[in-house]
Design a protein around this ligand. Structure first.
Ligand code: HEC
Ligand code: HEC
Ligand code: HEC
Ligand code: HEC
Ligand code: HEC
Length: 193
């Protein structure tokens, strides 16, 4: 074989490892504890508003994912025939155990993100930052970066940092860029407490 062919083959091999194997090694993947369809609840038949389950606390941050007490309002006993609802009632609601949901967009502890500032004052839509999650039928696999401990959604789906959808990724430069576009000049302590 000609030396340059070996070189090209080597580069291609490296690129394939980089693009496909590296992400697999870099990320730890976990399934959500329970099947949950937003669409069942927020779609036409469900008719619930986002704020029925997602409320903010006095600091303007979200309370987090709703507690099983919220689910029990309708699911104290099964209303349908589905396996996932049966699991919900038996494993969580009846024994009153919180569901250990994994948060895709979770930021490191020292970064402060108030939803109220963006949604109420900034008039942004949930979809602007979360994409179609609120109308989805299934839950994606959750990925955690083994080195940084960050959720993959903070970095964005692509290792390269390129994103195909505007809502992908929420690294510091993205927060700072949008703040700049809105004529905000925040000090570090606005976001780091
Ligand atoms: C019946 C209660 C309920 C309603 C109504 C609801 N959600 Fe949720 N939401 C949940 C639960 C439970 C989870 C945790 C599982 C998951 O990730 O989907 C969640 C998670 C989320 C997340 C994931 C956050 C993350 O990064 O992990 C987003 C985004 C979200 N909801 C947006 C919405 C939007 C937008 C609406 C309105 C269109 C909405 N939700 C309505 C119960 C609800
Ligand atoms: C400007 C971008 C932005 C908008 C708009 C936005 N979110 Fe978020 N959301 C985030 C970020 C960033 C986090 C991670 C917060 C953290 O880890 O402290 C998050 C986290 C969440 C979580 C996870 C639970 C929690 O308490 O952190 C839920 C649920 C959620 N968002 C729902 C919504 C809903 C519902 C709306 C619309 C009413 C919305 N978000 C609008 C950026 C946004
Ligand atoms: C206002 C009433 C209401 C509340 C509150 C509610 N649900 Fe539901 N949920 C429904 C209805 C209606 C269905 C459809 C029942 C069927 O036909 O299976 C459903 C179906 C489900 C199912 C089975 C079908 C599917 O889509 O996977 C699961 C699991 C579920 N809900 C989880 C939850 C969880 C978790 C919460 C709390 C965060 C919650 N629900 C809160 C009304 C509610
Ligand atoms: C798409 C644009 C956009 C993105 C992305 C964004 N922000 Fe903001 N943020 C705003 C706007 C606009 C305001 C001011 C809202 C108002 O006061 O009218 C704001 C306000 C804030 C405030 C100030 C609240 C206060 O009390 O003054 C904090 C803190 C903040 N954002 C943190 C973050 C963090 C952290 C991120 C990234 C995880 C982020 N933001 C991403 C547009 C954005
Ligand atoms: C608009 C909000 C915002 C402002 C202003 C901001 N940060 Fe951040 N910063 C974040 C968020 C969100 C993260 C976590 C995501 C990430 O690592 O990109 C972060 C992460 C970091 C990290 C750890 C990750 C890394 O890239 O090494 C450092 C260090 C940091 N910020 C320093 C600063 C300093 C210094 C300033 C002031 C010059 C500042 N930040 C201003 C939002 C902000």
């Amino acid at each position: 074989m000609k030396p340059y062919l070996v070189l090209i083959a080597g580069i291609l091999f490296g690129a394939i490892i980089g693009w496909f194997a590296f992400p697999a090694i870099l990320y730890h993947s976990s399934d959500q504890p329970l099947h949950f369809s937003h669409n069942t609840h927020t779609g036409e038949s469900g008719g619930m508003a986002c704020t029925d389950c997602h409320t903010t606390n006095e600091t303007g941050r979200f309370q987090g994912i709703p507690s099983v007490i919220k689910c029990a309002e309708c699911h104290a006993s099964p209303i349908g025939e589905s396996v996932s609802e049966k699991q919900l009632v038996e494993h969580y609601i009846t024994p009153n155990v919180e569901i250990p949901w994994l948060v895709y967009s979770r930021q490191p502890d020292n970064a402060y993100f108030p939803h109220a500032a963006h949604v109420t004052l900034g008039k942004m839509k949930c979809e602007d930052c979360h994409g179609p999650h609120g109308s989805s039928d299934t839950l994606r696999i959750h990925y955690t970066n083994r080195i940084s401990g960050y959720s993959r959604d903070v970095w964005g789906a692509n290792i390269s940092g390129f994103s195909s959808n505007r809502w992908e990724g929420m690294k510091m430069d993205k927060c700072v860029r949008c703040h700049g576009d809105n004529n905000r000049r925040d000090g570090c302590v606005s976001c780091h407490k």
